[in-house]
Each structure stands twice: as C-alpha cells, then as structure tokens.
Design a protein around this ligand. Structure first.
Ligand code: UDX
Ligand code: ADP
Length: 474
C-alpha cells in the first residue's frame, strides 16, 4: 500500500524473468495492496500472456497467472501509460551478449536497458523507483541513473534487485527464495526509503531476514558471481567426467561422495553434456570483460576456462558419438532426445543440443529431433542460425518427431541431450526392436540405467561412466 491506495508496480519486459516474477508477486499480494502492469513492446508476447496459452512454459505458472490476471496482474503494450501510472518500475528486458563492436562476444549488450531507461525518462512525470532486474554488468545502475537524470523531468531512485530464479523451478524459486538482494543508495534518506518500499513488497511472503540490503555495486556483482560459481561447479564435475570415463570411476558415485562433504554440498554436481541457458555463459563473459577492463587478466583467464571446459565437453561428447559410429555419421539416422537447455522448460538459449546437433549435421548425419516442450519453429531457428543454412537445405537432414519412439524408429543411435523425466522411463526394450543394429545409445545426461540397456542389447555410452569396450575411442 502507498498511503490509502495500492502500490503501483510496472515491469518493462514480459519475458522469462519479468513474467514469472510479476505473476508470483501478484499471487502473494492482494489487489488492495499491490497492482501490477507487465509491459512489453512485443504485441505478440502480450497477446499470449492475455490468452489461454502463455508464451513460455514453466511448471505452475499458468495457474498463478490465471488466478491473478485481471485482478491485480495486467499485461499491456501501453508502455508510456504504464510508466506514468507506476510508483515502482522493474526493468526486466533482455541483455544479450554484444555481437559487434568493442567487447563483442563477451560484454553485455545494453541496448534494451538503455531504451527502457529512455522510455521511462520520457514518460515519467512523478518520482519513480526504478528497479534493475535484468542481469547486467556491474555499474549499469549508474548508467541508468545518469540517463534518467539527464533526460527525465522528475526524481528517480535506482535499485538493483537481481533475479536468482532458475527456469523449470521459477515459481518455487520465487515463492521460497534463498535470499532477495536489494542494492540501493543506503547513504541517503530517499535511497533508504526506496529500499524499504521494495523490501515491504517482498515481505508479503519472504521472511525479512532473507531480504538483504547492500550497496548497488555489491548487488550487481553478486548476481554475476553466483552464476559464475554455479557454472564453475558444473564445469568442474564435467572435467572429472572425462577422467572417470578413462579410469574406471563412476562420475555419479564420485559426485555423491564429494557432495556429502557439508563444505561442498550436493548441488550442481550433476555431470552433463554442458551447461546452457541464457545466464551462465553470458554472466561469465560479463565477469571476464569486467576483470579485463580492470587489468585483472589472470582472473579473467580463470573464469574463461569455465567456458572452455563447457565447450570442450560438447565437442568431446560429439566426438564420442562419431567414433562410436565407426567414424562416420553420414546419412545415419540419429534420434535426438531433448533440445531444451534443461528439463521442464521450452527454452533453448545456449542449449548444448544446438552445438551437438550442429556438429552432427556437419558430419551429414540425419537427425530426428524430439523435445516435449520446445516449439518446432524454435528448433528450426536455432539450427538454421547455427549451421548457417536455410531451412530447405536442412530439411534434407532434419526431421522433427512427435515422440521419442518415433524419433528412434529405424535409427542407428539415440542421443539424450536433455534430462526430461520421460527419457528415464521410456520402454527401451520396445524402442530397441525398431532400431538398426548395432543399436547405440549415447546418454549426455547420465540418466539411464546402463546395465539394463546393455542387457536389452544396446551399445551404451553415458557421460562420466567407464566406456564400453565396444565403443571406439578414436
Ligand atoms: C541459472 C541460475 O541457477 C539462476 O539462479 C539464475 O537466476 C539464472 O541462471 P537457469 O539457467 O535457469 O538458472 O538453470 P540452472 O538450473 O542453473 O541450469 C543451468 C545449466 O546448467 C543447464 O543447462 C543445466 O542442465 C546445467 N546443469 C545444472 C548441469 O549440467 N548440472 C547441474 O548439476 C546443474
Ligand atoms: P529474460 O530471460 O531476461 O526475461 P526475455 O528475452 O525472455 O529475457 O524477455 C525480455 C523481454 O523484454 C522481451 O519480451 C522483449 O520484447 C522485452 N523488451 C525488450 N526491450 C523492451 C523495451 N524497451 N520495452 C518493453 N519491452 C522490452
């Protein structure tokens, strides 16, 4: 509440961050206390948020949106009106890695953040609290503040409130966050008041001791560092998966034993074909760029190696498939199970599947791809971009299947790239009957029971397990 009326919250950007975050805030507050407008330039996206079919898949999200939409949660393209109306404005626009110019390939592209700042400056005629939600390089809030101050007609208080939700578990992560970080100017009264306003919003459902107030730079940097640490754990276990394959140890046993040490903990130690998602690589590259700009080249190299291991893991996995298939994949049908960067999401940004499929297509393999949630159009977009070939050219080599069984029919090999639960429980004995011989299975997520599959007759390879002697190593 702000005096006698509800606090008015706007969110610029109705994507993976803005949409679920606002849906959870709406579900945890009453219409008398908080009203929310989610704003986006994309008419299509807003139409989807207002329809029965939301623009993104996230477990539990549909129910939340349906429960609050029209009540205290509204989706709109009227950005200017939304800005004027709001007391507090979240900026949750996309921040991809720069594709050209200085810092290309590593620095964050802040075009969308800057545009949003200019929109706010142009429209706002009463004081606003502007909350930076997008993952941004440290000191973006400063740039935001400078633009708002130079172009705006009113006063602005800038806060940094990084998002720690993971896709697939976004609703749970938002409902029960480990912590909420609010960076603000704690030296001034208006800064402290802004921090308190945002704290009160979260305090509707988050215990106050989990809401941390820091200075803006600490908050911005913490987000990059948290993601870099998580990614580093995945790269660490993936590096050891290669050692396990050649030395006879089982990576899952090693991860369990190591993770039981309370100082290390069990999370993010599941080996894989490589991490993906919109954040890990981008945030590490941001960190690298930041270190380099301060002349900390050794630190930059350290973090860059996390990405190097990730790239190597994807290459290594593709090479295993190729060597296993007697060094030729030409015209062999390969069933690709999973295209999303992890289970329970339809998102493919930086998915390892894009690189593995791209590499196999270079070998002229014929891919039959199945993913339960990724839209067909997205797979075509990702592959045409990765392979730099038209859809017509690729159509000779790529088909999209409606089920795992259909993808595997008449194939030489199954390749598991996303750990969807349905791939654990597939009737592999039935699938095996429809495949060419020898029937190979390459498990890039280490989710299948290798012994059971071998008994069925598969020649199996699971990332991080000792390699079957029937799989050629080179
Ligand atoms: C991540 C952070 O977890 C989240 O806090 C931040 O806000 C956004 O970035 P997200 O990218 O959605 O979230 O998913 P996450 O669960 O972190 O997984 C990232 C990638 O790492 C996925 O490709 C996943 O398959 C992989 N991964 C994760 C592993 O390979 N092994 C693991 O043990 C954990
Ligand atoms: P994230 O994963 O960071 O949420 P997404 O790409 O899923 O990123 O979502 C970002 C959203 O922000 C997109 O829907 C995009 O249309 C929207 N967007 C980008 N710039 C603006 C802007 N200036 N005004 C309104 N919406 C914007």
């Amino acid at each position: 509440m702000l005096g006698s009326r509800p606090l008015r919250v706007a969110c610029i950007g109705a994507g993976y961050v803005g949409g679920p975050t606002m849906a959870v805030i709406a579900s945890k507050t009453s219409p008398d206390a908080v009203q929310i407008q989610v704003l986006d330039i994309s008419e299509e996206r807003i139409a989807a948020w207002n329809s029965d079919r939301l623009p993104l898949y996230e477990p539990g999200l549909t129910e939340l949106v349906f429960g609050s939409r029209g009540r205290n949660l509204h989706f709109s393209t009227a950005i200017e009106d939304g800005i004027k109306w709001a007391d507090l404005i979240f900026v949750a626009v996309n921040t991809p890695t720069k594709e050209c110019g200085i810092g290309a390939g590593s620095a964050a592209d802040l075009t969308y953040v800057e545009l949003a700042a200019r929109q706010i400056a142009a429209a706002a005629d009463t004081p606003k609290i502007v909350v930076e939600k997008s993952t941004v390089p440290i000191r973006t809030a400063e740039a935001l503040g400078a633009i708002l101050e130079a172009c705006g007609r009113t006063s602005f208080e800038i806060l940094s409130n990084p998002e720690f939700l993971a896709e697939g578990t976004a609703v749970r992560d938002l409902c029960e966050p480990d912590r909420v970080l609010i960076g603000g100017n704690l030296e001034t009264d208006s800064g402290r008041r802004a921090v308190e306003t945002l704290t009160e919003l979260y305090a509707h459902w988050v215990p106050r001791e989990r809401i941390l107030a820091t200075n803006v730079w600490s908050s911005e940097l913490s987000k990059l560092v948290a993601n870099a640490f998580l990614a580093q754990r995945v790269s660490s276990i993936n590096s050891i998966s290669a050692l396990c394959e050649l030395s006879g140890a089982e990576i899952d046993e090693v991860a369990r034993a190591v993770g039981l040490d309370a100082r290390i903990g069990p999370h993010f130690l599941k080996c894989s074909v490589g991490f993906g998602g919109s954040c890990f690589q981008k945030d590490i590259l941001n960190l690298v760029y930041l270190c380099e700009s301060f002349g900390l080249n050794t630190v930059a190299d350290y973090w860059r190696s996390v990405i190097a291991i990730n790239d190597w893991q994807k290459q290594r996995f593709t090479a295993r498939i190729l060597h296993g298939l007697y060094n030729t994949a030409t015209n062999k049908k390969i069933a690709i199970l999973g295209f999303a960067f992890k289970k329970d999401t339809g998102d493919t940004r930086e998915s390892a599947a894009i690189d593995v499929c791209g590499n196999l297509l270079q070998e002229c393999a014929k891919l039959s791809i199945y993913d339960p949630k990724v839209p067909a159009e997205q797979i075509w977009t990702d592959l045409t971009r990765r392979c730099r070939r038209t859809r017509d050219e690729l159509a000779h080599y790529v088909t999209l299947a409606e089920s795992a069984e259909e993808a595997a029919m008449n194939s030489h090999a199954i390749v598991i790239l996303t750990e969807w639960d349905e791939f654990r429980t597939l009737d592999y004995a039935k699938v095996y009957k429809g495949m060419c011989r020898p029937a190979f299975l390459f498990d890039g997520r280490s989710i299948c029971d290798m012994k059971a599959l071998s008994q069925i007759g598969f020649v199996c390879y699971a990332i991080g397990s000792p390699v079957d002697s029937r799989i050629r190593l080179r």
